[in-house]
Design a binder for this molecule. Structure first.
Ligand code: MN
Length: 226
């Protein structure tokens, strides 16, 4: 049983001018693909060989954890981006207003935390156990699954996500990032979480049919040991 690199939910040029095709090409086909390859090599012959991705993230340590988490984080990152202007649901807008004051305030806090995060890492919008939205930042490959928080959106702030386009200007990358967030994806994740809190709703969902096909295939594949 091998994990496969997810198909990108858009073309390489789709996010221009906010993220260049060159960045997408390196980020997806080199960085993301390498994490998938390394994960497959590292899990071979271990107790994790036939386990689903989330199980590996919650239970493995060291290089195996790092590569598994980076596969999950990048899957989540790509699903959270779009060139289409999908707006947030009323439910999501209400939650953002309730927990951050306004969408503008949410953006400011998110960018401030993402800019301040030292070194490489990820910034997430998550739902906590009290169904409250919070922003969590993590270094390197860490992610909210280990803390049993429900991920809704993530932004990659490793330099490889923006160095080709913006050199060291992380804040400029973050401003562009906010122009291409897939709010429908975030809204769907929130709806899944609130409607079925017993579900393992950390699995990304999207009503883009290609993405849903991928998720169906992924779930089948994860639950069928070979
Ligand atoms: Mn990355």
């Amino acid at each position: 049983m091998k994990f496969e690199l997810m198909p990108l939910p858009f073309s390489e040029t789709a996010l221009e001018p906010y993220i260049s095709s060159e960045t997408i090409r390196y980020h997806y086909a080199k960085h993301h693909a390498t994490y998938v390859d390394k994960l497959n090599i590292l899990k071979e012959g271990t107790e994790f060989e036939k386990k689903p991705l989330e199980y590996i993230i919650k239970n493995a340590r060291g290089a195996l954890f790092n590569n598994a988490a980076q596969v999950y984080n990048h899957d989540f990152y790509w699903y959270g981006l779009t060139h289409l202007s999908h707006g947030a649901s009323v439910e999501l807008s209400d939650c953002i207003e309730r927990d951050f004051g306004s969408m503008q305030k949410f953006k400011e806090i998110f960018i401030a935390k993402a800019t301040a995060l030292f070194g490489s890492g990820w910034v997430w919008l998550v739902l906590d156990k009290d169904a409250k939205l919070i922003i969590k930042e993590y270094s390197n490959a860490d992610n909210p699954l280990k803390e049993n928080l429900t991920p809704l959106l993530t932004c990659d702030v490793w330099e490889h996500a923006y160095y080709i386009d913006k050199r060291n200007a992380r804040a400029e990358y973050l401003e562009n990032y906010f122009k291409i967030i897939n709010w429908r994806f975030v809204s769907d994740n929130l709806a899944n979480a609130l409607n079925d809190p017993t579900n393992s709703y950390s699995q990304p969902c999207n009503d883009n049919s290609e993405v849903c096909d991928y998720i169906d295939a992924m779930q089948e594949y994860e639950h069928t040991p070979s």
